[in-house]
Design a protein around this ligand. Structure first.
Ligand SMILES: Cc1ncc(COP(=O)(O)O)c(C=O)c1O
Length: 380
């Protein structure tokens, strides 16, 4: 058997990693400004993370959700306290798509309605409801297209209101910052209005923080910059630093019923140990503050480069360590040369946006190395 060929692969095989550095099988070191697609939050191979996972596997790797698991409770309390949502409850699953799927399902259960409002450019994952709420017809199969989803332009409160006032909408789902679309932030004022509007009309507001959450933007969740409190918040990627885990933070106004949601693997012992270790390190190493500071430094320097070298960069967007550099010219060459000549991993979006999604622990030296190489590549 061979693997189903759905990924376009770089000709590089990482075999070891520490902090922000990845080693390939030939011993070449790379600076990781991609974080395995925004997944590596506390850095590769953190000693506390390794110890928590090793200790847990020695004790118990897995048992089902039909028995007590105090690791889930510990995780829920720590996540509630660190994120500023101590009164919310936590449903654990295995990925970002599943987190969104469960949030949409719960909104539909609670409201008794089926239509969802999503935004142009949105990406919410590849399970049935999540992909239906994703604005990319190429990845929506006929099987997924039976869901009732309406896409409206981001930052247009009148477009949202026009849909919600029809009375048949269960939920509005929005990313904290749109990632796959190329790093587009909803305006704070729009989020405030959206929060008030959904509350007024009794529609549930779901904040997808799968990519933008877990400290990446300098807040625990990106939407917190706007001072709003959604009904549900979905999370995954940085939550387990590579161990698959996702979650839905659920407002106390939504009541659980036995059997309403469920999963075999979600919240298993190893996943909880990984996620607890991540929160320990985010807190003890002040990684949210680091993301804010290093991110602001990188964005500031990129703006200088943009002015110094006209015609190369058309936009710099994002917050903290979720940064989009829209290229006016040379996107593919610059990204390839950063990878193969300078040995720096970056992410991409669309056909012209470089996405930086590094571990939250990167240093000013890491940032300077990237900035120097990036500027040099732009002048070639
Ligand atoms: C905003 C957002 N939501 C959901 C997902 C889906 O997450 P997963 O791939 O873990 O299912 C992603 C993945 O890139 C994402 O960026």
């Amino acid at each position: 058997m061979k693997t189903f060929d759905v990924y376009k692969l770089w000709p590089i095989e990482p075999v070891k990693a520490t902090g922000s550095k990845v080693l390939d099988k030939d011993g070449q070191e790379y600076l990781d400004l991609y974080g395995g697609h925004a997944v590596i939050s506390i850095g590769h191979g953190h000693p506390h993370y390794k110890k928590m996972l090793n200790d847990q596997i020695e004790k118990l790797g897995f048992y089902s959700n039909s028995v007590q698991n105090s690791l889930q409770t510990e995780l829920a309390v720590k996540l509630g306290n660190l994120s500023g949502y101590p009164d919310y409850s936590l449903f654990l699953c295995n990925s970002g798509a599943e987190a969104n799927e469960n949030a949409l399902k719960l909104a539909s259960f609670v409201s008794g309605k089926r239509r969802v409002v999503s935004f142009k450019g949105a990406f919410h994952g590849r399970t049935s409801g999540a992909v239906a709420a994703t604005d990319n017809p190429n990845i929506v199969s006929p099987f997924n297209s039976g869901h009732e989803v309406t896409f409206v332009p981001m930052n247009s409160i009148s477009a949202v209101e026009a849909e919600l006032s029809k009375g048949d909408v269960a939920a509005v789902i929005i990313e904290g910052i749109q990632g796959v679309a190329g790093i587009f932030s909803p305006d704070s004022m729009f989020l405030k209005e959206l929060s008030l509007l959904t509350k007024r009309l009794g529609v549930l507001l779901i904040l997808d923080e799968v990519q933008s959450g877990y400290g990446r933007t300098g807040n625990f969740f990106a939407h917190q910059q706007a001072g709003i409190k959604p009904d549900m918040i979905t999370t995954a990627k940085g939550m387990g630093n590579g161990f698959p885990i996702g979650g839905v933070l659920i407002s106390p106004e939504i009541k659980a019923e036995y059997g309403m949601l469920g999963t075999t693997f979600g919240g298993n012992h190893l996943a909880c140990a990984a996620a607890i270790a991540v929160l320990d390190v985010i807190e003890s190493e002040n990684l949210i503050q680091n993301a804010a500071e290093i991110g602001a430094y990188i964005i500031g320097k990129l703006q200088e480069i943009k002015l110094e070298l006209p015609g190369r960069i058309s936009g710099i967007r994002g917050r903290g360590l979720m940064i989009g550099i829209e290229m006016e010219s040379g996107y593919t060459e610059v990204r390839n040369r950063l990878l193969f000549e300078d040995h720096i991993f970056t992410g991409g979006a669309k056909s012209n946006i470089i996405r930086l999604l590094p571990p939250l622990m990167i240093t000013k030296e890491d940032a300077d190395r990237f900035l120097k190489c990036f500027k040099a590549q732009l002048t070639k």
